[in-house]
Design a protein around this ligand. Structure first.
Ligand code: FES
Ligand SMILES: [Fe+2]
Length: 438
């Protein structure tokens, strides 16, 4: 393994990451244990389980889980593996069930985890229902409808772990007095590239103009001002935006959005009404942050929330191997939108992030090209992430947010903490009436 993984040279404002960390099977194994063991990992959103006994199966941090609302209404995360010999308890992507019966030998579990039936139980000296009783239950905590799971025993509570970065979840939830919901469907894809490349890319403002120039050109042809090209502040955020770190590896970039491209009059009117109601509830400053600032946020280690104002997505990034990554992405929208505004948001989000959109396929190509480049890692071992280092207030197209994430990664992997680069900063007044709890 390379030593060190990361060079954080404050004197010369140089930050480098060893390319071996994107290719080494040993590091991949260590990440499984050290990164995806103790961290709070995003599991799902409350709107995905509207009724009792609803469930969704998915992988969280490499573990197969059932994300479910039990018969009492409590949200749980069950390990989707049988106590008997390990088969999946549930093989459906989603549904409604009180009991999960393993298809292999028929052991049956309540959706709260208790083992309740074992065929031919009389053949056992001690009944497995008494010996094992229940599936081990990982910790589950939520913040404003976002559910996270933790597979280790000694993590701090979720709210402490999120720290100030929780306000980025607030900015999403507060778009409607009724909160937000996940739209049906998952955009699921794999990359032939290391998962950390997509983490970097998810908060990379630098690549937008080169990789996504087709989108920028389309915007300009439509008479729109693309983000980061405007000429006035939004809520104190300069046109070039800013990068911010929050501790624990959570970080964001924010920049004045580009309004509502392609919106017709009715949609513009309806979405403006949503904004006015937020002004009444929270005041102008916070409503401006909610509706007029675009933002890309990484919650360490692998949960991304991107809000470009015309649409909003969540993304989880799961390593399958050193050079193979599974991505799951969902669209989020304010609850209670009229049909036309909803259609507008879906169309815009698909135009940008969809499987044939103007952003995602190009990003995938960039990351796979980088992974290919790492074939020459012995001759060229270092990647550079120094842009904007040493600035008191780095811009959105600088790389502070990536460095913040890498410092946390390095601290977890090596035990060596690296001091943060800038003070925490949020450019909007947090309203006093802001709900703070789960
Ligand atoms: S593996 Fe589940 S019942 Fe045998
Ligand atoms: Fe991109």
């Amino acid at each position: 393994m390379p030593e060190p993984f990361v060079i954080d040279n404050r004197e010369d404002s140089l930050f480098q990451v060893h390319r071996e960390v994107f290719t080494s099977p040993e590091i991949f194994e260590r990440e499984r244990e050290l990164i995806f063991g103790p961290a709070w990992l995003y599991a799902g959103h409350e709107s995905e389980l509207p009724r009792r006994n609803d469930f969704r199966t998915r992988d969280v941090g490499g573990r197969p889980v059932i994300f479910t609302r039990d018969r009492h209404g409590e949200v749980r995360v069950l390990l989707n593996t049988c106590l008997h010999r390990g088969a999946s308890l549930c093989r459906h992507p989603a549904g409604n069930a009180k009991i999960f019966t393993c298809f292999y030998h028929g052991w049956a579990y309540r959706n709260s985890g208790e083992l309740v039936n074992v065929p031919s139980v009389e053949d056992y000296a001690g009944a497995p229902t008494d010996v094992y009783r229940t599936l081990p239950a990982p910790r589950v905590e939520s913040y404003r409808g976002f559910y996270f799971v933790n597979f280790s025993g000694d993590a701090p509570d979720l709210r402490t772990w999120l720290g100030t970065s929780a306000y980025l979840l607030d900015l999403a939830v507060d778009q409607s007095e009724d909160g937000i919901e996940i739209l049906p469907g998952t955009h699921s894809y794999t990359l032939q590239a290391n998962w950390k490349l997509l983490v970097e890319n998810s908060v990379d403002g630098y690549h937008a103009k080169s990789v996504h120039h087709t989108y920028f050109e389309m915007m300009m042809e439509l008479g729109q001002t693309p983000p980061m090209l405007g000429d006035s502040d939004t809520n104190g955020v300069p046109p070039a935006g800013l990068g911010t770190e929050f501790g624990n590896g959570h970080a964001t970039l924010m920049y004045p959005g580009n309004g509502l491209p392609l919106a017709n009059e009715a949609v513009t009117h309806n979405l403006a009404a949503l904004r006015s109601r937020a002004v009444e509830r929270f005041g102008e400053s916070y409503a401006t942050a909610v509706f007029d600032l675009a933002r890309n946020t990484i919650f360490f280690p692998n949960f991304v929330l991107i809000d470009l104002n015309f649409g909003m997505i969540l993304r989880t990034i799961t390593p399958l191997g050193p050079d193979r990554t599974q991505v799951s992405s969902w669209q989020l929208t304010p609850r209670g939108l009229d049909e036309e505004s909803l259609r507008y948001r879906i169309d815009n989000a698909l135009t940008f992030w969809g499987p044939a959109g103007l952003a995602t396929p190009d990003d995938v190509e960039a990351l796979e090209q980088a992974q290919r480049g790492f074939g020459a890692r012995r001759e060229m071992p270092w990647s550079d992430i120094s842009k904007g280092m040493g600035k008191a207030r780095p811009a959105a197209n600088d790389e502070l947010q990536m460095r913040a994430w890498w410092r946390q990664w390095n601290a977890v992997m090596t035990g060596e903490p690296l001091p943060r680069e800038v003070e925490e900063f949020i450019p909007f007044d947090v309203p006093v009436q802001q709900p703070q709890g789960a």
